[in-house]
Design a binder for this molecule. Structure first.
Ligand code: FE2
Length: 279
């Protein structure tokens, strides 16, 4: 695909591209259309030097769809921004999201994507990695692809937002514990509604089990998939600077922070675009 208004430079073979020549706080229609096309082509986009306000951040997100309000994380609600999730870590507050996942898959309609802006970056470390679930699916044998395509997985909040110590460990980012375990069911392989490509859709943070399998069968299959999908062959990695932004397609990627600098302050702010029911 060729672009007239933006420069798109892939950063890895499986996914990820850095986009330059844009101000996300001020995008005309033609430029936005190319950002949208690049998003579908590269699965995760990176932007540097985006010194934008929270309102501009939200307005950019709203061009992709309605914004999601997280049921258990609304740290900026009192400031008029319930749509923001904040990720903040330092010596006292360890990283959250340091395991592979896609966002909010415990809901029936998980997000289309998330848009993260770096407010404070550590001098080094605390990178984020993404993995392409198209690439992970396509690398499996025809037999395994067929088996997985007939399966449904149960996702829930039992290991995250419903955990007994959740509220305490996320007090500084406005975490509220889920009183009940929230559950959703999704196909193990989903078809992307815009590209038509197939992607693996189970993750170690929210997927609880494969429906209709015995616990040992489900655990063995899921553990195989979790080991498979984090192959470096399917990943890319982004080093944050202040005002860097990343936007990922939550329908065909997973991500995690690299928890390798446990003392330096890091702050990220995220808005999340609502998605549809996986099929
Ligand atoms: Fe996440």
């Amino acid at each position: 695909m060729s672009y007239q208004h933006i420069t798109v430079s892939p950063v890895a073979g499986a996914l990820g591209a850095e986009v330059s020549g844009v101000d996300l706080g001020n995008l005309d229609e033609a430029t936005f259309a190319e950002v949208q096309a690049a998003f579908l082509e590269h699965q995760v986009l990176f932007f540097r030097d985006q010194e934008i306000t929270r309102t501009q951040h939200k307005v950019f997100g709203q061009r992709f769809g309605d914004l999601h309000v997280h049921p258990f994380l609304q740290p900026l609600k009192a400031e008029g921004h319930p749509e923001f999730v904040v990720l903040e870590s330092d010596a006292e507050h360890p990283f959250v999201a340091d395991a592979w996942h896609s966002d909010v898959t415990f809901e029936d309609e998980p997000p289309l994507g998330s848009i993260l802006r770096c407010v404070a970056a550590p001098q080094f470390g605390g990178d984020t990695m993404w993995a392409s679930m198209y690439a992970a699916y396509e690398a499996l044998s025809d037999h395994m692809q067929r088996i997985l395509s007939s399966l449904t997985a149960v996702h829930d909040t039992s290991r995250t937002f419903s955990r007994a110590n959740y509220e305490k460990s996320t007090e500084h980012i406005g975490g509220k514990r889920a009183e009940r375990v929230v559950t959703a069911e999704h196909p193990v392989v989903r078809t992307h509604p815009q590209t038509g490509r197939k992607a693996l859709f189970v993750n170690s943070t929210f997927t609880q089990s494969i429906k209709g399998m015995k616990p040992a069968e489900s655990a063995a299959l899921l553990n195989f998939l979790y080991a498979h999908l984090q192959s470096p062959d399917f990943t890319c990695r982004f080093q944050w600077r202040k005002n860097s932004m990343a936007m990922w397609d939550n329908r065909c990627t997973q991500h995690r922070v690299v928890a390798d600098n446990l003392t330096m302050y890091r702050r990220m702010e995220r808005v999340t675009v609502m998605g549809d029911k996986p099929f």
